[in-house]
Design a protein around this ligand. Sequence first.
Ligand SMILES: Cc1cc2nc3c(=O)[nH]c(=O)nc-3n(C[C@H](O)[C@H](O)[C@H](O)COP(=O)(O)OP(=O)(O)OC[C@H]3O[C@@H](n4cnc5c(N)ncnc54)[C@H](O)[C@@H]3O)c2cc1C
Length: 420
Amino acid sequence: MGVTTLYELAARGHEAVLFEAQDALGLGASFANGGVLHPSLPDPWNNPGIGGPLLRSLFSPTAAMKLHWRQLPSLAGWGLSFLRHSAPAKHWHASRANYHLATYATQQTIALSQQLNLSFNNRPTGMMKIYRTAAALEKATGFAEKLAAEGLAFEPLTPSQMVARDRQLADAAAQAVGALHFTGDYLGDARGFLLALAEQAKAKGARIRTGSKVLHLMQQNGKVTGLRVRTPQGDETVDGQVVLTAGHCVDQLTRPLGLRLPIRPAKGYSMTLDASALGDDMPVYPIVDDARHISITPLGNRLRVLGTAEFAGADTRLDAKRIDTLKRFLADFYPQLAAKLDLVAADLWAGLRPMSADGKPFIGASRRDGLWLNCGHGHLGWTMAVGSAKLLVHHIDSALGQPPTELPKTLDAGDFSASR
Ligand SMILES: Cc1cc2nc3c(=O)[nH]c(=O)nc-3n(C[C@H](O)[C@H](O)[C@H](O)COP(=O)(O)OP(=O)(O)OC[C@H]3O[C@@H](n4cnc5c(N)ncnc54)[C@H](O)[C@@H]3O)c2cc1C
């Protein structure tokens, strides 16, 4: 979010500096994520009926979505709001709003990458969601049909049609009752994209300062006037308006202002394998197994297996049981390919999705003058990044009395209000 916001600000003629605590860009949740722009997955993870499975997950070390006992106190308020927003009407409202932002954002990402000639292993493959029971397929088809009325493109596939699209899916198809192919989704390396876009932002005059951690926000008379930052050269105070794009850390920075943001980290894992040995046998499509919360994405000559969600606080340590789950899934789904890959040499990673309690991001003016937000995108951050930056800068330009970029009519900016 930091890089797309920086680029959009620079492209619209604003003077902007990005402060990044780490020594390089893209080491947060984007580092080794799923790499799919997926408007087809707009539904927040607090699906109606989530309460029971979430409570039971306290007792299951390998639950696809897992709550940890020690996190219960810090999740209390957030968790109740998360459950409240799982009511069917609220959940559908958030899904619909996210769908329209994700669709706009995906179109804008593709347009921008063509315009700037960005290269990030991107391909218009769509994405396949695979189902093992008739009940799950029926439920997912019903949801997809509701979104199709909003514009979502999808094709139901029988197991044999799955194999006709990609012969590598033969073993998976034997275990499946069918799949949905979301043809408008898009594959690409999120970190590759953001590094390429950061160069373009610099070319437009924006500045990037890595190794520079924002310590706190400065305020005067209830208005945010800048920030205090610890840089490699020492601590500095920087004046100006502030946009917070600090992923799951935003609440730490707003709390001293008396502003609580219901965003908590939801940990996910990925395992990236060198798949050059597969040659022409490389799978074509990114696939999702919804029931297990696991995906497999082909990225150039790499294959990435990823997923699961843990509410374990801001902890990126690797849990061997979760990695084993990813390995077992790969062996189950693509047994012949898995046998040709070196799983021991896999790059293992865990990242923290910035998950808002109501499942929608915060984009726009906060409840403090001088402070803007672009955060809380959960599992949709790469998908929504370019569109969210455009929406945010639309608000900034409007507030400054400058003609803003036009937004599509389908986008209701109020859905993502940063002062809600
Ligand atoms: C396993 C996994 C798979 C995923 N797959 C997909 C996918 O396929 N498609 C998709 O759309 N999304 C996916 N996501 C979600 C997506 O990666 C996130 O939503 C997105 O990266 C969030 O972006 P962000 O900029 O808000 O946060 P981050 O990427 O975490 O960036 C926040 C940055 O702020 C910096 N920061 C924090 N505090 C400070 C401070 N005080 N001062 C300075 N800098 C600070 C951090 O160092 C970090 O670089 C996935 C996530 C995970 C974990």
